[in-house]
Design a protein. Sequence first.
Length: 127
Amino acid sequence: MRLLQRTALCIVILWFTLGGIAHFLWPQSFLKIMPPVFPYPLEIVYISGFFELLGAAGVLLARTRRAAGLGLALLTICVTPANVYMWQHAEQFPGVPPSLLLLRLPLQVLLVVAIVWSTRRRIPDHP
């Protein structure tokens, strides 16, 4: 695995490990960004935190890395409504500049790309 790909993998592992833990330590923070149309918001916070931790653990092992990476990419796409909700309701988050809330959306796309790229099967280099 190349250095850049390995670095991206480490970022993915850290991102989802810390994020998953945060879901359990500070669920109220995540509840604030949950669009009100979703039923059982607290359960969704805990379930998504669990899957973040499971995915982070899964990408540590070469044999489960690809499947865990695809799962994390799908999970990241599934939480997009929370980021869109924050951006659309910036007045509810006065401590965060609206431009930063907007920036989260393309950064989420980059995160999905980083997840897929860093967890893909390594293609052997040809001489």
